[in-house]
Design a protein around this ligand. Structure first.
Ligand SMILES: *[C@@H]1O[C@H](CO)[C@@H](O)[C@H](O)[C@H]1NC(C)=O
Ligand SMILES: *[C@@H]1O[C@H](CO)[C@@H](O)[C@H](O)[C@H]1NC(C)=O
Ligand SMILES: *[C@@H]1O[C@H](CO)[C@@H](O)[C@H](O)[C@H]1NC(C)=O
Length: 422
C-alpha cells in the first residue's frame, strides 16, 4: 500500500454529469428503452439505449482512515495543510487499518448498441469514468459529434451521410465497427448509491467493476445483444486505475483493456502534494447546496472552472466552452478516492488479454505535467503476458483527453486498436 504519512495520492480525473441538464443542440434522440428513471440528458441518434438500476451486494476490504472528519472548510484546509507538507512527518499515518464491509448498493448504468446491427454489436466496451465525473464523461451532450465517445462507438446510422464535423473522418472510419457500450455511474456518483465520502475508495470501486463485468459477460444488462462475444474494459483516469487493479486481481475478467489518462509509474508521475494544492478542494455541499446537498462532508470539489482547468486542460488546445461544460456537469469526489486512487495492486503480469494505454503529453495529474520519458516504463512489466500492448501519447493535450480538440483523433486511435486486438 503506497499511502503513508503523506497523501500518497491525489486524484484524478474529470468531469461531467449532474442533474442540471444542459440544452442539447442535437435533438434527434436515439431510441430509449426506459427501464427505470435513470436517464441521460443526451442519447446518440444512432444508438438504441437501455437504462438500468443494478442492485449489487458488494464486499470489499476497505481502508479505515484515522483522521477526524471535518465539519467545515477551515478544518478541511488544516487537514490538507498538514497532509501535503513536511508537517506530515510529525503525524501518524492517515491509515488506521482495514476492515471487510458488505453493502447493498444500486448502480445506474446505460447500455447502448448500434441501431443498425454492425456485426460487432456483440463486442461490448464497459466504461468506468474518473473522479469528479459521471457516466456522461463518455456521452457528452456538448458537441456530441466531436466529444461523444458512445456516439462514435455506434456509428452505423452515419453511413452514407455527409457530416461536416471535425470527426467526420473518424466516424467514416468507424462505420464497420459499431461496438456496444455499457457505461455506469460509479458508486457515489450520478444516480448510483451515495455511500459516505469517507468510505468510497478504490477497494469498493474495484468490487463494483468486477461484479458489473461478470454480469455483463453473462448477458445481463446488455439490452437485445445478449451474451457478448467479447468484452473490453475501458477507463478514464481513476477509472483506469480501477480497471488496472481489477485485472491485476482477476486477470481473466476481460479480453481487452483500454486505459485512458493513466500513467503506471505512480511514484515518478504523481505529485501528491502538488495535486492537493492545485485542486484546492472544498466541501462540495458548502459550494452548492442545490447540487451537492445530499453528500456528506467527505465529498469535495474544486472551486471553479480555472482551478479545474489547471489540473485537466492544456490551453489553448481545447474549446473554452468544452471545459466549461465539464465544469457545469462535474460531480463531487470523495476524500477516500482522492487518497487511494493509485494505491492498488497495478501488477497485471498474469493478464493475457490485450492492452492499450493512452496518456496525454502534458498530463498534469498523472505525470506532473510532462509524460514523455515516463509513460512507457512499468507497462512493459505489468503487461508482460498480454497478447498485445500499445502505448499511445496524445500531443497537445492534458488530462481530460475526451474534451480536448484532439479527442476525435484519440477516439480513432482507440477504435483502430480494438479492431486489431479485441
Ligand atoms: C477480509 O476478508 C478476507 C477474506 O475472507 C480475509 O482474508 C481478510 O483477512 C479480511 N480482512 C480483515 C481486515 O478482516
Ligand atoms: C507469464 O507467462 C509465463 C508463460 O506462460 C508464465 O511462466 C509466467 O508465470 C507468467 N507470469 C505471470 C506473472 O503470470
Ligand atoms: C501542438 O503544439 C505545438 C507546440 O505548441 C504546435 O507547434 C503544434 O502545431 C501543435 N499541434 C497541433 C496539432 O495543434
Amino acid at each position: 500500500m503506497r499511502i503513508s504519512n503523506q497523501l500518497a495520492a491525489a486524484f484524478i480525473s474529470a468531469m461531467v454529469s449532474q442533474s442540471t441538464a444542459t440544452p442539447v443542440s442535437d435533438t434527434s434522440m436515439g431510441s430509449l428503452i426506459r427501464n427505470v428513471g435513470a436517464q441521460q440528458c443526451y442519447y446518440p441518434p444512432n444508438a438504441v439505449c437501455s437504462e438500468y438500476m443494478i442492485p449489487l451486494k458488494i464486499t470489499s476490504e476497505d481502508l479505515v482512515f484515522n483522521f477526524i472528519q471535518w465539519d467545515n472548510n477551515f478544518a478541511l484546509e488544516q487537514f490538507f495543510a498538514v497532509a501535503s507538507t513536511r508537517a506530515a512527518a510529525g503525524y501518524p499515518t492517515v491509515i488506521g487499518g482495514s476492515k471487510n464491509v458488505t453493502r447493498d448498493v444500486e448502480i445506474a448504468a446505460s447500455f447502448c448498441t448500434p441501431k443498425s446491427p454492425s456485426g460487432k454489436e456483440k463486442e461490448v466496451i464497459l466504461a468506468t469514468h474518473g473522479i469528479a465525473a459521471g457516466r456522461e464523461h463518455w456521452n457528452s451532450a456538448y458537441k456530441p459529434e466531436t466529444y461523444n465517445f458512445v456516439r462514435i462507438l455506434c456509428p452505423s446510422q452515419f453511413h452514407g451521410t455527409s457530416m461536416l464535423t471535425p470527426c467526420n473522418l473518424q466516424v467514416q472510419h468507424a462505420i464497420d465497427d459499431g461496438y456496444s457500450v455499457f457505461f455506469y455511474d460509479r458508486l457515489g456518483c450520478g444516480l448510483s448509491t451515495k455511500i459516505s465520502g469517507y468510505d468510497s475508495q478504490l477497494s469498493n470501486q474495484v468490487v463494483v467493476l468486477r461484479e458489473l463485468a461478470s454480469l455483463v459477460r453473462s448477458g445481463k444488462y446488455t439490452g437485445s445483444v445478449g451474451v457478448p462475444a467479447k468484452l473490453a474494459l475501458m477507463g478514464f483516469s481513476f477509472g483506469s486505475y480501477i480497471v488496472q487493479t481489477t485485472i491485476a486481481e482477476t486477470p481473466d475478467i476481460t479480453d481487452s483493456v483500454v486505459l485512458t489518462a493513466i500513467e503506471l509509474d505512480v511514484a515518478k508521475g504523481v505529485n501528491a502534494n502538488g495535486l492537493v494544492r492545485s485542486f484546492m478542494p472544498l466541501i462540495a455541499s458548502s459550494l452548492s447546496e442545490k447540487r451537492f446537498g445530499e453528500l456528506d462532508t467527505g465529498y469535495l470539489t474544486w472551486r471553479d472552472v480555472w482551478a479545474m482547468s489547471l489540473n485537466y486542460f492544456h490551453y489553448p488546445d481545447f474549446e473554452i466552452a468544452a471545459a466549461q461544460y465539464t465544469e457545469d456537469k462535474k460531480q463531487a469526489f470523495s476524500i477516500g478516492e482522492f487518497l487511494t486512487f493509485p494505491s492498488g495492486n497495478l501488477d497485471s503480469s498474469s493478464y493475457t488479454g490485450s492492452a492499450l494505454t493512452i496518456t496525454a503529453e502534458t498530463d498534469y495529474i498523472v505525470c506532473d505535467g510532462w509524460c514523455p520519458g515516463i509513460y512507457k516504463d512499468p507497462a512493459v512489466d505489468y503487461f508482460a503476458n498480454a497478447s498485445a500492448l500499445v502505448r499511445h501519447l496524445v500531443p497537445n493535450t492534458s488530462h481530460n483527453i475526451n474534451f480536448h480538440k484532439s479527442a476525435p483523433e484519440t477516439y480513432k486511435f482507440i477504435l483502430d486498436f480494438l479492431r486489431e486486438n479485441l
